[in-house]
Design a protein around this ligand. Structure first.
Ligand SMILES: Cc1ncc(COP(=O)(O)O)c(C=O)c1O
Length: 413
């Protein structure tokens, strides 16, 4: 291949392709042995046998129906996805959130990353305003910014989004001539901070959304990973007006390589999402197999198993951080989800510590990837979930050694 042609080809990129930088790389660097960097589910727990049975049964029982653009659910399956899985999800979400939902309020998407981008594109464009959390999932920030909307942030504290700060930000957007339309949040086991928005803030957020006439995007992909107690009801449970649009995914609950997720909410909101899409929805074969996985009870059993196994990882991580890293890092034990959010002590040269940890084969995620502004460099996101249990404590011991070696007064002491 003539690689010299690359420049001539890229000169023909559309404006969108030129301006829209490639996604942040999240592959581990070479030499990483213990990877606390990525927020991935534990691959040793992927339900491979159950998935194989569901795929086999789908092909055996549904035959060519499973391999067409759409099946008995009609051509709208090309926009919304396979009806059977949407009906199953609608039933589950209606029960969990104690709020009615029918399949017209659910669309299947190719991973929640796809869903988040579609929601951004469904509601936002130049002249619109969006509010995100000052710390958030970087792809959401990127998708929202790429719409051309004006983006503002609200702070996140130990209880998640500082909801009281929202009205002023919305007013400021209006004063700048923008129409605020969307507030994006991860209220439960937040990425990257692990925080949980308490009930009074949830209620206040939904009320504010109604009052200010904006939609709320609830990224809910860690909701069922509560290790101590069940989390508070979802934002959707407080939503009587249809302002909440909820994004969720099989990535953390089953496997990210499925690229299967959903967006749920008021049928008009979901129709907006479907209008923004540029595909014929998701694989019908996969959606049918996952419907079987859900209906058989395997899905619920699997989540139970993950919760127990991940709770153990969380506990081992807490103990190891206390033993090896405190007081050079400060943290709150997360009540659920995948992430520890560590604040590195001021007397540690964190960039140096990171290099030392990397030289020992230990990777963590720098906090600055989640932040607009300069608060990030003193923070680290650490996920133990995909790390084999036996490697968690040794990995954190190496991190502790790197932190101690990078103390600014280390050379003198
Ligand atoms: C907060 C949050 N939202 C969305 C996603 C995307 O997941 P997926 O696209 O695999 O469903 C992730 C993945 O790490 C995440 O942490």
């Amino acid at each position: 291949m003539d690689l010299g042609a690359s420049e001539a080809i890229s000169a023909k990129y559309s404006t969108r392709a030129r301006l829209f930088a490639p996604p942040l790389g999240s592959a581990p660097a070479d030499g990483v042995r213990i990877n606390f960097d990525q927020g991935l589910p534990d691959p040793s727990l992927f339900p491979i046998d159950e998935l194989r049975r569901c795929l086999d049964a789908t092909l055996a029982e549904d035959g060519d129906e499973a391999l067409r653009y759409f099946g008995a659910g009609g051509p709208e399956e090309m926009q919304y996805g396979h009806l059977g899985l949407r009906a199953e999800l609608a039933r589950r979400l209606a029960e969990r959130d104690e709020r009615a939902l029918d399949p017209a309020g659910v669309t299947l998407v190719n991973g929640s990353t796809d869903g988040l981008a579609l929601v951004a594109n469904a509601f936002l464009g130049p002249g619109d305003g969006a509010v995100i959390e000052a710390l958030t999932y970087p792809h959401t920030r990127r998708f929202i910014a790429a719409t051309g909307a004006t983006v503002r942030t609200v702070p996140v504290d130990d209880d998640g989004m500082v909801v009281d700060a929202l009205p002023q930000v919305l007013d400021e957007l209006r004063a700048e001539g923008c129409t605020p339309k969307l507030v994006a949040t991860i209220p439960t086991f937040h990425a990257p901070t692990g925080t949980v928005l308490p009930v009074h803030r949830r209620r206040a957020l939904v009320d504010m959304a109604v009052e200010h006439d904006v939609m709320v995007l609830e990224d809910n992909c860690y909701y069922h990973f509560g290790y101590d107690t069940a989390p508070p009801p979802t934002l959707r449970s407080f939503d009587e007006q249809g302002v909440v649009i909820q994004s969720d995914s099989f990535s953390k609950y089953v496997a990210p390589g499925l690229r299967l997720a959903w967006v749920a909410g008021h049928p008009a909101a979901v129709e907006g999402v479907v209008r923004a899409r540029q595909d014929f929805s998701v694989s019908a074969l996969l959606a049918r197999a996952i419907e079987r996985f859900c209906r058989s009870g395997d899905f619920d059993r699997h989540i139970e198993l993950l919760r127990a196994r991940y709770r153990h990882k969380r506990d081992v991580t807490t103990a190891a951080l206390r033993e090896h890293c405190e007081p050079l890092v400060a943290f709150r034990e997360p009540a659920g989800g995948f992430y520890f959010w560590l604040r590195v002590a001021d007397d540690v040269d964190w960039l140096h510590a990171r290099e030392l940890a990397a030289a020992d084969g230990v990777a963590v995620r720098p906090g600055d990837q989640f932040v607009d502004g300069d608060a990030g460099p003193r923070f680290v996101r650490l996920s133990p979930i995909q790390v084999p249990d036996a490697e968690i404590e040794p990995g954190i011991a190496l991190l502790g050694r790197a932190l101690r070696a990078a103390r600014r007064d280390h050379a003198r002491s």
